[in-house]
Ligand binder design. Structure first.
Ligand code: TRP
Length: 370
């Protein structure tokens, strides 16, 4: 049962998240059917992540569309904190960003915050976070982005470009602001305290409004950016938020890239995927087959079903069939897991090939300091 008892911050997510309550807590706007129709009218396509509420709330999306319809373009920005290999949950906002980029014909910036993860993770060196930045960049490129309209920013490499923007932002944020938003204490290192200014910087890298597709845990940074924007003479960044992807072990908490068995990495082999899903994926099924046939399973809490819903089965008809069969008890947990394993491994086989090819292309994507 979801309750008020959950935590969502950029560095810590815990508990069973009630998304309607989170919308109130954060002060975002729910994505309504009306807004979805408006997006579909422009893009001439219905995206399953919108239809299914995977992207569920926003800030100023309507303003972005109003401007767009008047011929005023925007650009896209998202990012990743390279604390380890990419896992499948990270791909959700990136895949959606790619779709938005294609439909709205925008530029796209992808920030890899090697400094942030060095500041926030006790056990990681700057060399390690930087190495992961380049590894994560491969996953991003593998999704089909093109270097002509997509640039990858690595904080420690592109600081020359970011710093003058970050400085203007930092001057408008005081310590009590960030302390209130992130719960910093006297023990927090000052890299963390400054960091929001750096994550804000790409919002103003072009002289156009920005739209940021992201996991809702990142919203607090941009709440600060939005407060600051008018005070430095810039438009407030608009945001579209996706839900957190559950850990394999089940409802409560997002996947954490540092805990091996709670997540599927894009670098996992087919064998490892199979083992992880079979052994760890939280099941909404019954104790034994007899009871399952009688009572049926619960797809709402079943992690395998949720992965299909969130990412791996875009076809609504097929998803509904699985839902119905599982709920009625016709489909067993082992069968459901089998479907997911096959889907993930098919996706990863092609993703891993593209990921290797991306090693030769990465140079074309890296942002060059002017
Ligand atoms: N802080 C983010 C993370 O830990 C990385 C990030 C940087 C980001 N810029 C962003 C995420 C913009 C979303 C949008 O993963």
């Amino acid at each position: 049962m979801p309750s008020d008892n959950f935590i969502v911050t950029p560095w810590h997510v815990e508990g069973d998240i009630d998304y309607d309550k989170l919308i109130k807590r954060f002060g975002t706007e729910k994505i309504t059917d009306q807004l979805i129709s408006r997006i579909e009218k422009i893009t001439k396509e219905s995206h399953f992540m919108l239809r299914r509420g995977i992207f569920f709330c926003h800030r100023d999306m309507k303003r972005i569309l109003d401007d767009y319809e008047k011929g005023k373009k925007f650009f896209l920005y998202t990012g990743r904190g390279p604390s380890g290999h990419t896992h499948i949950g990270h791909l959700v906002p990136w895949v959606f960003a790619k779709w938005l980029q294609d439909k709205f014909e925008t530029n796209m910036y992808f920030q890899l915050t090697d400094d942030e993860k060095f500041f926030s993770k006790q056990n990681l060196t700057l060399e390690e976070t930087k190495k992961f930045a380049y590894e994560n960049a491969l996953d991003f490129i593998a999704l089909g982005f093109k270097p002509k309209n997509t640039k990858i920013i690595i904080d420690t490499e592109n600081i020359q470009t970011l710093y003058p923007i970050a400085a203007r932002i930092a001057k408008k944020i005081n310590f009590s602001n960030t302390k209130a938003v992130f719960g910093f204490t006297n023990d927090t290192n000052i890299g963390m305290i400054f960091y929001t200014a750096l994550q804000s910087a790409p919002c103003f890298i072009e002289d156009k409004p920005v739209l940021i597709p992201l996991g809702v845990d990142q919203d607090p940074h941009f709440r600060i950016t939005r407060d600051v924007a008018p005070r430095i003479g810039k438009p407030k960044p608009a945001i579209i938020h996706n839900i957190m992807i559950p850990a394999l072990q089940g409802p409560g908490g997002k996947m954490s890239a540092s805990e091996e068995n709670t997540t599927i990495y894009t670098t996992d082999t087919a064998d490892v995927v199979k083992k992880k899903i079979n052994k760890y994926a939280f099941s909404g099924g019954q104790q034994d087959i007899e009871e399952h046939r009688k009572k049926g399973g619960n797809p709402e809490i079943d992690v395998s079903f949720q992965y299909l819903r969130i990412f791996f089965e875009p076809d609504d008809k097929k998803l509904k069939q699985i839902y119905d069969d599982y709920k009625s008890g016709k489909m067993l947990t082992g069968e459901l897991k089998g479907i997911l394993i096959e889907k993930i491994n098919k996706f990863l086989k092609s993703h891993q090939e593209k990921r290797e090819k991306a090693r030769d292309q990465i140079g074309n994507f890296l942002f060059e300091n002017p």
